[in-house]
Write a protein that binds this ligand. Structure first.
Ligand SMILES: [Zn+2]
Length: 193
């Protein structure tokens, strides 16, 4: 199967759809989703084919579907404090990429992330330590919270690309893994170039 026909949405088309959805959200300060029975029934009958996988933080100010003006069946979302990547997350990503035919993976960090701040301030106890250790490895000596956020995002992208299955889908079908940061103040998402 050629790259152009493997996915309902190619990685580039999915990325454009996310960008357009975020523009609507950021400019109009408005979010809506059709959760009518008709829509529920449609996805019940035909299954899900989300156009993007979004890995983001559990922060209550970060609502992926709202941020991208997305609805039922649009996004396959994985959330964990600090959007860190572990085996379970990798399994979820591989599932969506391979079984649901999703060709774009976005790691979405955000400004004012408590998990990043915990690492920078050295305050991480209990099980939070496991998350903090991952982030500490990602950010190294970085002290600036915004730069640290980007370093963590890129580190997560690299971890995802260490999956052989993801690598194969990149080479065979043009799957893309891309980092992004959400600004919780103005609602805008900046994608890496
Ligand atoms: Zn966060």
């Amino acid at each position: 199967m050629s790259q152009s026909t493997h996915y309902d949405y190619t990685a580039d088309a999915a990325l454009e759809r996310l960008k357009a959805g975020n523009r609507r959200y950021a400019e109009e300060s408005f979010a809506s989703m059709d959760i009518s029975r008709v829509v529920l029934k449609r996805f019940q009958d035909y299954g899900q084919h989300p156009y993007a996988i979004v890995i983001t933080c559990s922060d209550s100010r970060v609502i992926p579907e709202a941020i991208f003006s997305a609805g039922i069946g649009d996004l396959f979302v994985i959330r964990l404090a600090g959007n860190v990547i572990d085996d379970h997350q990798l399994g979820s990503i591989e599932y969506a990429a391979d079984h649901l035919g999703t060709g774009l993976v976005v790691v979405l960090g955000h400004t004012n992330c408590g998990a990043i701040e915990a690492v920078l301030s050295g305050h991480a106890s209990g099980y939070i330590r496991y998350i903090a250790e991952d982030i500490a490895e990602a950010i190294g000596q970085e002290k600036d919270p915004y730069e640290a956020c980007w370093k963590n995002v890129r580190h997560c992208c690299e971890k995802i690309e260490s999956s052989l299955l993801i690598k194969e889908d990149e080479e065979k079908y043009g799957l893309r893994v891309i980092g992004a940061v959400y600004d919780i103040e103005n609602g805008q998402v900046t994608f890496e170039e």
